[in-house]
Design a binder for this molecule. Structure first.
Ligand SMILES: Nc1nc2c(c(=O)[nH]1)N[C@@H](CN(C=O)c1ccc(C(=O)N[C@@H](CCC(=O)O)C(=O)O)cc1)CN2
Ligand SMILES: NCC(=O)N[C@@H]1O[C@H](COP(=O)([O-])[O-])[C@@H](O)[C@H]1O
Length: 299
């Protein structure tokens, strides 16, 4: 069985109808139906928990009785694929391979969004140069020694406001995101981290340091986590994870490369879901992703 299948969610088809009420979506589950993780790792089951209320938090969607997107409430922009194409900002500090992977997915049309600006603390990093080559404006943040043009947190919020950004993707950005920005973009900032959070996260855990710690711990599995960003490093709500084996005698470079390959796939998939407004917030505060091809499935 594919690893990702272990974490897919399946509901009873007899409870397929979804109704929207303002910004809240109620699934008409019986009292015996709700999301719950099966001890057999066969996915979620729906037994024995109270009914579930889920919220899409951003944007109102109209959903037909089979749960498929019927039309969307749009504030300008195109209505291709039923939802407005989203404006994305990306924050990078390094080579930007995750940014490039998601950018290429937008160019292919696999992600219904467009990168409108890149923010970096490293003026000349690979990610920033790729943005310039692709006509994407670059902003320097924060203000650092040797980077005189860097903005303050308040100026960054003002600078970004003109791009009408829907979502911000952190992709190897190594500085703390300030609370001003988190308040300006609630539930709209995502980060990719190269371990299975909450393990091997927090201050000091970035890049090769993460993989070194994973190998030293003797863990048998690692893999990327994509999470919403809160005020602290790596503690925001987890949206998606992918499992990668740690092999005997792995070097840091070998493990990093294996994880990075999955990062590129996972970030493109999650960006696609976010841009299609498929993120649903469970009543317990956990964000899950509704399958586009089967609206009764969640991961
Ligand atoms: N408010 C938030 N900001 C950021 C988050 C977050 O979850 N909330 N995620 C990080 C990314 N990150 C791992 O995913 C991470 C990056 C950097 C560090 C770290 O210890 N940085 C060093 C500085 C390193 C450097 O400048 O070269 C430090 O702060 O001393 C930890 C985790 C992005 N921001
Ligand atoms: N804690 C944050 C962190 O460690 N991020 C990691 O830095 C690398 C950036 O690569 P990229 O610049 O090629 O996308 C990626 O592996 C990303 O997960």
């Amino acid at each position: 069985m594919a690893m990702e299948a272990l974490f897919s969610v399946s509901s009873n088809p007899s409870f397929s109808s979804i109704q929207t009420h303002k910004n809240t979506t109620s699934l008409p589950f019986r009292t015996s139906t709700s999301l719950r993780f099966s001890p057999q790792l066969k996915g979620y089951d729906f037994h024995g928990l109270p009914p579930l209320v889920i919220s899409r938090k951003r944007g109102l969607k109209c959903v037909s009785s089979d749960g498929r997107l019927a039309t969307s409430v749009d504030e300008g922009g195109s209505l291709e694929k039923g939802v407005r194409r989203k404006n994305l900002a990306v924050f990078v500090s390094g080579g930007g391979s995750n940014f490039r992977a998601v950018h290429q997915a937008t160019v292919r049309g696999d992600v219904h969004g467009r990168f409108v600006v890149l923010v970096t603390n490293k003026h000349d990093c690979g990610g920033a140069n790729y943005a310039r080559e692709n006509g994407i404006p670059v902003i320097i943040y924060p203000s650092m020694k040797g980077e005189p043009e860097g903005l303050s947190s308040n100026d960054l919020v003002v600078a970004l406001s003109k791009y009408k950004i829907d979502f911000i993707l952190l992709a190897g950005y190594l500085k703390l995101i300030p609370s001003e920005l988190i308040r300006a973009y609630p539930n709209s900032i995502l980060n990719i981290h190269p371990s299975l959070l909450p393990a091997f996260g927090g201050k000091g855990y970035y890049g090769a340091k993460v993989h070194k710690a994973v190998i030293a711990s003797g863990a048998r599995y690692s893999g990327p986590t994509i999470h919403f960003v809160d005020e602290h490093y790596d503690t925001g709500r987890i949206l998606a994870q992918r499992i990668v084996p740690v092999l005997a005698n792995d070097t840091v470079e070998e493990l990093a490369a294996r994880v990075l390959r999955q990062e590129h796939k996972l970030y493109a998939e999650v960006a696609a879901a976010v841009c299609e407004e498929l993120v649903i917030w469970r009543e317990d505060g956990v964000p899950i992703i509704q399958s586009k091809s089967n609206p009764n499935h969640y991961s």
